[in-house]
Design a protein around this ligand. Structure first.
Ligand SMILES: [Zn+2]
Length: 257
């Protein structure tokens, strides 16, 4: 935790090779790569976007109070710069450890205003995704909740994939991202994948495929983190649906059943 915002200049970017527990996660990435070679996509999640990491360092309530005071502006900007540097360094280490891609979870418009997102978050997201593109490392962006208010901004971040929560309107999401980026989602992780039956998973997966898959740019998956309570049968139903209903003709239309 960063108790005083003024202490920002005492912070240093963690070394993922030395500062625990990051080396353990890199080790896990290497083991997965060694065991699975290229049979599965290993997502080495950096996880906390610059604003989310800043909020975690200050405590969420304190971060929102910080934002309310104009004099804090330069210190918050400095803290965000350090956080994006930490994100980039960790992502590069995950890539070297064997991950096939990475992701950031960032504060979305359910948490902060679109204006603050554009002023504080978006410039750093652009720096992060430009650094990932330079290394040809696929990187996704997730924001919990309804992202409609900042969806075009998310596209403009340069993220290769947007992991969208089911609270965002799927048709609007498809319209905004078509031929620009890829959507991963948008099956409800709580009400469908955790608490639903395999039949409900199939129904909702088919619905997602029908709306989001035409023309490509879609990966079927949960709209947010899966809970540990998610039944295996539901995960299998999701994977089967992608194989069964998510195949394309060369022109980008769906093959169907
Ligand atoms: Zn989420």
């Amino acid at each position: 935790m960063l108790k005083n915002l003024e202490d920002v200049n005492t912070l240093r970017v963690p070394d993922p090779e030395k500062d625990q527990p990051l080396p353990q996660i890199l080790k896990a990435g290497s083991l997965l790569r060694r065991e699975f070679i290229d049979r599965v996509f290993i997502m080495g999640r950096v996880d906390q976007g610059p604003m989310a990491l800043t909020a975690a360092l200050r405590g969420y309530s304190q971060f929102f109070l910080d934002l309310g005071e104009e004099k804090n502006g330069p210190l918050i900007e400095r803290l965000l710069d350090i956080c994006v540097e930490a994100d980039i360094r960790y992502a590069r280490a995950l890539r070297e450890a064997g991950a096939h891609g990475t992701s950031l979870g960032e504060l979305g418009s359910d948490t902060i205003s679109p204006a603050m997102y554009r002023k504080l978050g978006l410039p750093r997201l652009r720096i992060f995704y430009a650094a990932m593109q330079e290394k040809r490392f696929p990187a996704s962006l997730h924001q919990c909740g309804n992202t409609a208010a900042v969806l075009s901004d998310m596209v403009s971040s340069g993220a290769a994939i947007l992991e969208l929560d089911p609270r965002t309107d799927a048709r609007k999401a498809k319209e905004t991202t078509r031929k620009k980026t890829t959507i991963l989602g948008m099956v409800d992780p709580a009400n469908v994948l955790e608490r639903g039956t395999p039949a409900l998973v199939q129904e909702k997966s088919r619905e997602a495929i029908e709306i989001l898959a035409p023309g490509g740019g879609f990966i079927l998956g949960p709209g947010c983190a899966l809970t540990p309570e998610t039944p295996q049968a539901n995960v299998e139903a999701l994977v089967e649906c992608a194989a069964q209903f998510g195949r394309y003709r060369p022109d980008g239309t769906l093959l169907g059943r």
